[in-house]
Design a protein. Structure first.
Length: 153
């Protein structure tokens, strides 16, 4: 199978970044473009909140967007150094829906994602982005199970 566009959802964690070496290799082998995305969730807005509170929430949202843009930009530069074209997308809304929406918009041939590997009660409580994408996606997926983040010894 030939991949032209690979969508890579990231959340800023090392576990999510575990997919990157696989994507680097696939992108180089197939001459594929990589689309790096992150869903930035807005803070809570309260109905009837004071104007000052709304400004604080909006300021925090802008800060999260800039931080996400910088984070994805660093990975974009890493792909560029490997000769791989990469673009970045910042999205909002429910995570699984955002991933599916972007996959359709960029005509991704592959969605590459790391699963955090939660099982049992933890999975039921936190949900699973990878499982949600697996259930909803209409295109090939590459899902790897990432190890737990543990502090370096």
């Amino acid at each position: 199978m030939l991949y032209n566009t690979i969508l890579v959802p990231l959340d800023g964690s090392r576990r999510a970044e575990a997919i990157l070496p696989h994507v680097e290799k696939l992108a180089q082998e197939h001459g594929a473009k990589v689309v790096l995305m992150q869903v930035v969730e807005p803070g809570p807005l309260l109905y009837g909140a004071a104007e000052g509170y709304v400004e604080i929430v909006l300021s925090e949202a802008r800060h999260r967007m800039e931080k996400a843009k910088s984070y994805l930009g660093e990975h974009q530069d890493r792909f560029a150094a490997l000769g791989v074209t990469a673009e970045i997308r910042l999205e909002d809304g429910p995570i699984v829906e955002a991933i599916i929406r972007v996959a359709e918009a960029v005509k991704a041939d592959l969605i590459a994602i790391a699963s955090h590997g939660r099982t049992g009660l933890a999975r039921a409580f936190y949900g699973s982005v990878a499982a949600g994408v697996l259930q909803r996606a209409d295109r090939p997926l590459l899902i790897i199970r990432a190890e737990d983040e543990r502090p370096a010894a």
